[in-house]
Design a binder for this molecule. Structure first.
Ligand SMILES: [Fe+2]
Length: 333
């Protein structure tokens, strides 16, 4: 088994620049490329044949920014960049070649080429992004269908996994992980009990206490889930959370008895919210706890069951936010 242990440091190292910062950096880079090409073009004299050749080569580089903008920002970005390039280029065509209509026509032809080089890839990149989004939505809906069926089998409720996913993402937001990591952690929470598909009904649904042997079977579900989920390319990180979702901070959990930060951060977050959801949900043998009662119980187990840092972060979440999620995923009947 190629289970890779993750610590919060690993996650911190893996945090990428936010989407907003990424876009700003791309805009700065694109503007720098445009300025560089303009400087190379305008500052290269045309007096000797050799320099004139260079001047013309630099002029042709104006097609690069619209293509880059198309790849990064789609059709709108490509059009905006082609407009900037056009303004720079038109100045050259009409100021440097007054009265030379043939050369001006030639350069306007080049200018049209810059627009074509931006607009067509821009449209294609937009289309590709929209298809990828549709594919991601379809994957998500398939996963939701699967976990709803599993939740219904065990809990007679369909929405436990979706609640814990959203609670986990609330903590992930507070910790400040990037969107990609948050999504992976969310999938891990959503799919945590997928391995229970391998647990026979007579054990999973047994109303009485389980025997030692039956517990042994039950304890296999994190590994079974890991083996199911790791096969799916975009769920590799989620698989680690599935594997470790019954590990406890003091090392008393299973399947490996991992301790402290050797438990993936996503699994440590999940443990807290899973307990919160269990405590605040209706059970046949007890009424749901209030937020205050559940929070007190979680605090009591901070440092033993749960990572104290995660518990502290969980306690900063407003109860109304948790209740809003619970209300949105309330099981009907
Ligand atoms: Fe589980």
């Amino acid at each position: 088994m190629c289970y890779v242990r993750k610590t919060s440091d690993d996650y911190a190292r893996g945090v990428l620049v936010s989407k907003q910062n990424g876009s700003r950096n791309k805009i700065i880079f694109l503007a720098s490329v445009i300025v560089l090409i303009a400087l190379l073009h305008y500052l290269t004299p045309t007096e000797t044949m050799y320099n004139h050749k260079l001047h013309i080569i630099f002029r042709k580089l104006y097609f690069l920014p619209p293509v880059m903008a198309a790849a990064w920002f789609g059709l709108r970005g490509a059009c905006a960049t082609a407009l900037v390039v056009s303004l720079l280029f038109i100045l050259h065509a009409f100021l440097d070649w007054p009265g030379n209509y043939m050369e001006q026509a030639n350069q306007v032809g080049e200018l049209v080429g810059f627009w074509v080089a931006g607009v067509i890839p821009g449209w294609l990149f937009d289309r590709q992004r929209s298809l990828l989004q549709e594919l991601a939505n379809a994957n998500e809906e398939t996963l939701l269908g699967l976990v709803s069926a599993l939740d219904l089998r065990e809990h007679n409720t369909r929405l436990h996994s979706q609640r814990v996913r959203e609670y986990t993402e609330l903590i992930a937001n507070r910790i400040g992980v990037d969107e990609k990591t948050k999504r992976e952690i969310g999938f891990g929470a959503l799919l945590h009990d997928v391995g229970k598909i391998a647990v026979p009904d007579q054990i999973l649904l047994k109303p009485d206490k389980l025997t030692e042997e039956e517990w042994g079977e039950m304890r296999k579900h994190p590994d079974a889930g890991y083996r199911i989920v790791k096969r799916i390319g975009f769920l590799k990180e989620a698989a680690e959370i599935v594997f470790a979702h019954h590990e406890q901070f003091d090392g008393s959990g299973y399947p490996l008895g991992l301790k402290g930060e050797s438990i993936p951060l996503g699994a440590r977050m999940f443990m807290v919210v899973d307990a919160y959801d269990a405590l605040t949900s209706e059970r046949p043998y007890r009424s749901p706890m209030t937020y205050e009662e559940a929070a007190a119980e979680i605090k009591r187990q901070s440092g033993s069951h749960f990572d104290p840092v995660v518990v502290d972060i969980f306690m900063t979440i407003a109860p109304e936010q948790l209740r809003e999620i619970a209300g949105r995923y309330q099981d009907q009947g």
